[in-house]
Design a binder for this molecule. Sequence first.
Ligand SMILES: Cc1ncc(COP(=O)(O)O)c(C=O)c1O
Length: 307
Amino acid sequence: MKLAQTPVDKICFEQHQIFVKRDDLLHPEFSGNKARKFAYFLANDFPGITKLVGYGSPQANSLYSMSALAKLKGWQLDFYVDHIAGYLRANPLGNYQAALVNGANIIDLSLRADRSKRDTLSYIEQSVMPVGPKALFVPEGGRCHYAEYGVRQLACEIIDWKQQQELSELVVFLPSGTGTTALYLSKSFKQLDASIRVCCCAVVGGEDYLKQQFTQLETDVSLHPQILDTHKRYHFGKLYPEFYQIWQQLKDTGIEFELLYDPLGWMVLSQHLAEFGSQQVLYLHQGGLLGNQSMLPRYQRKYGVSN
Ligand SMILES: Cc1ncc(COP(=O)(O)O)c(C=O)c1O
């Protein structure tokens, strides 16, 4: 099971040479940077724990990765979702289907009589964690201090690679959701090799939301990554023709990217490339390709495009 040490490829993007760290080649069960975020859970024992509790979207990469983690550890996974769309329930696919195959217990809160209009996190905090058997709770998207351990390993791989390439400076760019990966990468580089800096863009929520997320994990703002402006506001998970277009353009490089985070990531990178001057850029491919199984049919239904 490949959970670290991924290769770096070189591609040509809009007449620029960009390096791509191929974390999409990590084991598919821990794709979408979950191998890095969950490395701590894989490397350590948790005596007394019998259950993993998580929440998020029924199509989240983290649902599938948590189901794989629970299976490996012999734990039960209880994953809470706000609701499951009728179409998905009737036609399971992508992360949702794969998690069901792994034995995940996916709990649809919209069907719970005791919900009392509470959001998913409040429901878990008030009605799940205090009463069940000893369980390990992982916040949405793996946003927790445990993630630092594995993301630091990723930072060390990038530092080794940069030394082998004899680069004097490097910009590492990645699209952010919870910001966990970008934050712990930035913190690691500031502590281990200050010639590498991290730039990211906010894909979920805006810049202020992302800054808040960073601060919840690390109060020292000098360790935070730089957020590049997205110019236009896009809603997370919505379909945009320009996203599909850049995704296709990237496919011609021979590397498939995912359709939720990467299109905006590459668009923002394209808008800011000139600012990096002679500095080399390394784009972090964070996997998540299983999600394309549900995103591509959505694009096809909406725009009639073929892949
Ligand atoms: C493919 C992919 N890219 C980017 C992200 C965002 O990562 P983070 O939440 O650490 O910012 C995720 C979520 O984990 C993801 O699955």
